[in-house]
Design a protein around this ligand. Structure first.
Ligand SMILES: *Cc1c(COP(=O)(O)O)cnc(C)c1O
Length: 385
């Protein structure tokens, strides 16, 4: 790329890695599988020593991720959970975290069943209420981790209000931006310190890659988390770094289509007699709609809906033809899940019931197909029930 020209993030995403390999001028940045590098002399290095500590392909990806989110440094991991594990290792025994209660089930499991035994305490709070977050503060609270929109009910947290609260109380403000991607929401604009992604989802975008990302605002945090990444070792392999770079080149196009399709499908579901409620931030009756309109560029590709009974939910899943009954989200193919028995199974039954995650609730990751085909599949699967 011409370095005089300051392109928009769309163009910068398309141009990831292009021309960076000066020796060959490669348009697609190469995969460097080498596990180790020859030193020019004693005490000298090319900048690369060992694959876990630094890899050229990973470096290009990590810089691109930092650039897209507007942070100072990006770090790529072998999964979203590996990124979160590395992040939680930043804390010490006796520390306390406040976390969204409407969150990814695996993050809940990691804190509740793994980090709790190292003395890291967590409170699960409705982060769409800033007052509830404030009420959960303890003297030993070190950080707030927010998912917005929440999972699976798509509740919206007020990033500006929470950013202020974190600044006033000296908390690290962490935002899991998996559902939004840098195309739709910029947590650093609201004072976030660290952004987390499961790149397995929209960033990868094709249901064929497992990856995680941390992006930090300050170089100091970048150094600290790089130290933890290198010390613990859950780095993203170079082949997968390349695949993720390739995916990022079409991120803007894909996200735009995901949002448009989700809006069309949400409107249709909202009018179906067997659907009691649709949870989509783009619908005017969603409790977070106004806030979402300010904070997000569009409303995303995820929605949940409640059908009239558990039997309707089960039959719907059995009768779908094109749409896959499968976990995960954010890929080209439309996927549907039953959160109570899949993604959120580790959340205790009482908490699930309180949150409204029961066996009538379905979550749809609206894909890139023709939206009329997605609707036609849902229509035939709901027909005759
Ligand atoms: C999937 C997901 C994760 C975990 O990421 P993996 O890549 O599956 O390890 C974390 N947060 C959110 C919001 C997710 O959807």
């Amino acid at each position: 790329m011409d370095h005089q020209l300051r392109c928009s993030t769309i163009s910068r995403a398309v141009q990831i890695g292009t021309g960076v390999d000066e020796r060959t001028g490669a348009v697609s940045y190469p995969i460097y599988p080498s596990a180790t590098y020859r030193h020019p002399g004693v005490g000298q290095s090319t900048g690369y020593d060992y694959i876990r500590s630094g890899n050229p392909t990973r470096e290009v990806l990590e810089q691109a991720l930092a650039d897209l989110e507007g942070g100072s440094r990006g770090l790529a991991f072998s999964s979203g959970m590996a990124a979160l594990t590395t992040l939680f290792l930043h804390f010490s025994t006796g520390d306390h975290l406040i976390v969204s209660e409407d969150l990814y089930g695996g993050t809940y499991r990691l804190l509740d069943q793994v980090f709790s035994s190292f003395g890291l305490a967590t409170s699960y709070v409705d982060t769409s209420s800033s007052a509830s977050v404030k009420a959960a503060l303890l003297p030993q609270t070190k950080a707030l981790l927010v998912e917005t929109p929440g999972n699976p009910l798509l509740g919206i947290a007020d990033l500006a209000a929470l950013g202020n609260l974190c600044r006033q109380n000296n908390l690290l403000f962490i935002v899991d931006n998996t559902f939004m991607t840098p195309v739709l929401q910029h947590p650093f604009d609201y004072g976030a310190d660290i952004i987390v992604h499961s790149a397995t989802k929209y960033l990868g975008g094709h249901n064929d890659l497992c990856a995680g990302v941390l992006i930090v605002r300050t170089p100091e945090l970048g150094e600290r988390l790089y130290f933890l990444q290198n010390s613990t070792g859950a780095v993203l392999p170079p082949q997968d770094c390349w695949l993720l770079m390739r995916s990022l080149k079409t991120l803007h196009l894909r996200i735009s289509r995901h949002c448009d399709n989700a809006t069309t499908v949400a409107d249709w579901l909202n009018r179906h007699p067997l659907v009691n409620r649709v949870f989509y931030p783009g619908l005017p009756d969603h409790p977070g709609h106004q806030l979402a309109s300010r904070q997000m560029k569009k409303f995303g590709g995820m929605l949940s809906f409640r059908v009239t009974s558990a039997t309707v939910a089960r039959r719907l899943l059995e009768q779908l033809q094109m749409i896959s009954f499968a976990e995960s989200l954010g890929g080209a193919e439309t996927l549907i899940t039953l959160p109570a028995v899949q993604t959120h199974a580790d959340i205790p039954v009482a908490d699930r019931q309180r949150l409204g995650i029961d066996d009538t609730l379905l979550r749809l990751s609206v894909g890139l197909e023709d939206p009329q085909d997605i609707i036609a599949d849902l229509e035939q699967a709901l027909a005759g029930q």
